[in-house]
Ligand binder design. Structure first.
Ligand SMILES: *[C@@H]1O[C@H](CO)[C@@H](O)[C@H](O)[C@H]1NC(C)=O
Ligand SMILES: *[C@@H]1O[C@H](CO)[C@@H](O)[C@H](O)[C@H]1NC(C)=O
Ligand SMILES: *[C@@H]1O[C@H](CO)[C@@H](O)[C@H](O)[C@H]1NC(C)=O
Ligand SMILES: *[C@@H]1O[C@H](CO)[C@@H](O)[C@H](O)[C@H]1NC(C)=O
Length: 363
């Protein structure tokens, strides 16, 4: 009796100390441009066609891949950390998806297009490839991975599902046509419900390990800083120059999301639903960029068309009139909307090694 208790103690403390990574054999990813590794490009969409041009991909791949950055994304670094290949974009058919697939599409929203019709912004949508469309693709792929419920449970018990980041665009469309913060705030529960519903749909498909990220500090992005520039100093966070209202909005979304995920976790106690705090993982290099090697600060885009934040909507990165910095790894922000590979790498490390996933992605 005593011996077995001791053995148990030794084993459980070993387990704690090692904090070994789960042995995932596949990753399935959903989301928007923060995670798209080439789906929008495969569709041949003309919206945001600049991601198909130089300097996108200049740092790592040496050519544009459809990633909205100069190189790899958070999802690429997470796959690498688990010893898996980079996730092939689902719409670039002809790949094997046994070790995972990426369904994320740049511009995607959590809610379906009828919501955007209701609030009158539908004509600004790049596409109607919402989260539920992406789940439909997953369900279409599923029979090629496993057939019986038992077979699928076994297969997906070793899979990590990344549900997002998603939801940022649901708000972007509204904000950029001048909807008020109060109105957008009233839509947060619905956006979160769509994310939580999709997470539940994946669980019903056999998913056991799911990670759901929150929003980034959008009030620090050059696109928002440019669109909502203010002569009132009080609108800015004195510590970092970001727009306070927008960062508070992102935090609000994140807290509603966490509540929704806690409810879901209670409903499905045998699954592991991990909240990934993208906000917390990114804000340190807004506060102290130099500490992380970002000598140019966090609020200036590496690639853009000038102005105080090097963001100009009529000369966006990849378009005529834009310029690109010579050393993207010294910048946090890539094109005013998305981050550099270096910033995504730091966020991924923070998620894998820091306190920004709960429960921890590591254990
Ligand atoms: C939205 O989806 C429908 C089919 O579901 C399609 O016919 C339509 O072209 C799509 N619209 C856009 C903007 O992609
Ligand atoms: C599941 O069944 C379909 C149809 O019989 C088959 O084509 C597919 O290869 C099967 N999938 C697996 C993983 O065995
Ligand atoms: C979420 O699922 C519930 C239950 O199926 C449904 O009533 C609700 O409309 C869904 N919400 C969204 C935003 O998809
Ligand atoms: C940039 O300008 C050149 C010359 O005017 C034109 O040929 C080219 O199509 C433009 N490129 C883009 C991306 O607009």
């Amino acid at each position: 009796m005593k011996l077995s208790a001791l053995i148990f103690l030794v084993f459980s403390s070993l387990h704690l100390c090692q904090s070994t990574l789960q042995n995932y054999t596949s990753i399935f990813s959903f989301g928007d441009s923060l995670a798209d590794t080439g789906n929008l490009l495969s569709i041949g969409s003309i919206s945001f066609s600049s991601i198909a041009r130089f300097p996108y991909g200049m740092t790592y791949f040496g050519h544009p891949t459809g990633r909205c950055s100069d190189g790899r994304l958070i999802i690429d670094f997470i796959a690498e950390a688990f010893g898996l290949p980079m996730l092939p974009p689902y719409l670039a058919h002809g790949e094997s998806f046994r070790q995972g697939a990426n369904f994320a599409v740049a511009g995607a929203t959590a809610l379906d297009s009828d919501f955007f019709q209701e609030i009158g912004v539908a004509r600004f949508l790049w596409s109607n490839l919402s989260l539920s469309t992406q789940l439909g693709w997953f369900e279409e792929l599923k029979p090629s991975l496993c057939n019986s419920t038992q077979d699928c449970s076994r297969y997906f018990s070793k899979s990590l599902f990344l549900v997002g980041e998603i939801g940022g665009n649901d708000y972007n469309y509204g904000f950029f046509v001048g909807k008020t913060l109060e109105e957008m705030k009233s839509h947060v529960p619905k956006v979160v419900e769509a994310i939580v519903n999709s997470t539940e749909r994946l669980i019903n498909n056999g998913a056991m390990h799911l990670m759901v990220p929150g929003n980034l500090p959008v009030g620090c992005s050059p696109a928002y800083l440019t669109a909502f520039s203010s002569s009132n100093k009080k609108d800015y966070d004195r510590r970092n120059g970001c727009l306070k209202r927008l960062n508070n909005f992102a935090k609000f979304h994140n807290s509603v999301l966490r509540q929704g995920l806690r409810r879901l976790q209670r409903k499905y106690p045998r699954t592991r639903i991990i909240y990934a705090d993208f906000y917390g993982a990114a804000i340190p290099f807004v506060h102290a960029p130099k500490h992380f090697g970002f000598t140019h600060g966090a609020l200036t885009a590496c690639c853009g068309g000038g102005g105080p934040y090097n963001f100009n909507p009529s000369a966006m990165c990849g378009h005529n009139g834009s310029n690109v910095c010579s050393n993207p790894s010294s910048f946090v922000d890539w094109d005013g909307i998305h981050l550099t590979e270096a910033a995504y790498h730091s966020i991924a490390i923070n998620l894998l090694k820091g306190p920004y996933t709960s429960p921890s992605l590591m254990s």
